[in-house]
Design a binder for this molecule. Structure first.
Ligand code: ZN
Ligand code: ZN
Length: 355
């Protein structure tokens, strides 16, 4: 079933049976449109797409199942929206809660006959469950991230800077037809204790943990993986922390099942780290949804009530960060099937000593 049909089915259960999507990730999700400006107006049985003349040709190529409303000067957006509201005979419509207050205020003033209703929980459960087509694209993005990790690993040697490796990761994705899903993290030595370190001028040294967190966006869909390496020989402490994080990651991957909550999955990893006396160094959630965005809707954390379902794609990424010593994070991407996790990322996750 297409995402448009899924949304229309969901609208048959909501009090207000129409929605206007303006967040471009949601617009792309429902229509396939990849441009930078568009609105998707959807009711239970109709759909209208609004964009401007810059995207006339592109919208005609990409958007399926919608009536196209492309405006060009001197016609403007407000006039076009007025026509759509009339055509769809709307007197109320849901809007995304990410809509800016400025836009909401403007719409209130311009469309006094249209009641605006916040679409609180409409898109999240839909976006969290991927179609087969979404999954195929995520798998391709994962394959590229695996290859990029293998490539970047070869640059990890004493004297090379974090910044150079970060740049090379970005170059690798672009060279292979992808976008950078997010600015890569290259964190060495004491910097590896910062979960979201920015690559800097620090040069790798023997005895460093080096954490690489990278992902590409290929055909719109993201991957997101992390590996941590040791430059030179690993110390006992390196090994102890690394093995604890890896065991936590593998246990969470083995445990995830449809019907669990995000909190229950998080607890599998967190409890194992607690047994090793390391839970206080694991400050972030275990994982997040992955899809059109690197941080797609959904979270695995100590408070998450999100329900695990077949067709969801999650990152599993426990970490231990010890100030002054360094940190380890290991992150893989998994698809939830009825039997549990199918791991989509495969690059070696054993402790690697780069000598
Ligand atoms: Zn990551
Ligand atoms: Zn992540």
């Amino acid at each position: 079933m297409s995402n448009l049909l899924r949304l229309q089915a969901a609208l048959s259960t909501t009090e207000c049976p129409a929605v206007v999507l303006t967040d471009m990730n949601n617009v792309r999700w429902v229509s396939g449109f990849t441009g930078s400006f568009g609105q998707a107006w959807v009711t239970q049985n109709r759909a209208a797409f609004v964009t401007d003349s810059r995207y006339a040709i592109q919208a005609a190529e990409q958007v399926e199942g919608f009536d196209l409303n492309v405006f060009a000067a001197p016609k403007n957006l407000t006039e076009t929206m007025t026509e759509v509201v009339a055509n769809l005979a709307l007197n109320s419509v849901m809007f995304e809660t990410s809509l800016s207050v400025a836009t909401w205020t403007e719409w209130k003033a311009k469309f006094p006959g249209l009641t605006l209703v916040p679409a609180e929980d409409l898109m999240k459960p839909l976006r969290m469950v991927k179609t087969e087509d979404d999954v195929r694209r995520i798998q391709e993005a994962c394959r590229l991230a695996d290859a990029c990790m293998s490539h970047a690993r070869r640059m990890l040697q004493p004297g090379v800077t974090e910044y150079d490796v970060g740049l090379d990761i970005e170059f690798y994705f672009r060279r292979n037809g992808a976008e950078v899903g997010f600015s890569p993290i290259v964190a060495s030595g004491p910097n590896s204790a910062r979960p979201h370190a920015t690559p800097g001028e620090r040069k790798f040294e023997v005895g460093d943990f080096v954490t690489l967190d990278l992902g590409g966006r290929l055909d719109g869909y993201c991957s997101d993986i992390t590996r941590t390496f040791v430059i030179g020989k690993a110390s006992d402490r390196h090994r102890e922390v690394y093995e604890a994080v890896l065991a936590a990651e593998q246990a969470a991957i083995a445990a995830i099942r449809p019907g669990m909550t995000g909190k229950e999955v998080d607890a599998v990893a967190r409890d194992l780290l607690a047994n090793q006396g390391l839970a206080q160094y694991f400050g972030h959630g275990l994982g997040h949804g992955l899809g059109l965005q690197v941080h797609d809707p959904g979270g695995l954390s100590t408070r998450s009530t999100d329900k695990i379902e077949v067709g969801q794609v999650w990152t599993i990424e426990p970490g231990v960060y010890i100030e002054g010593f360094g940190g380890v994070r290991i992150e893989d991407d998994v698809l939830v099937t009825k039997d549990g996790a199918q791991v989509l990322t495969h690059v070696d996750r054993s402790l690697q000593e780069l000598t």
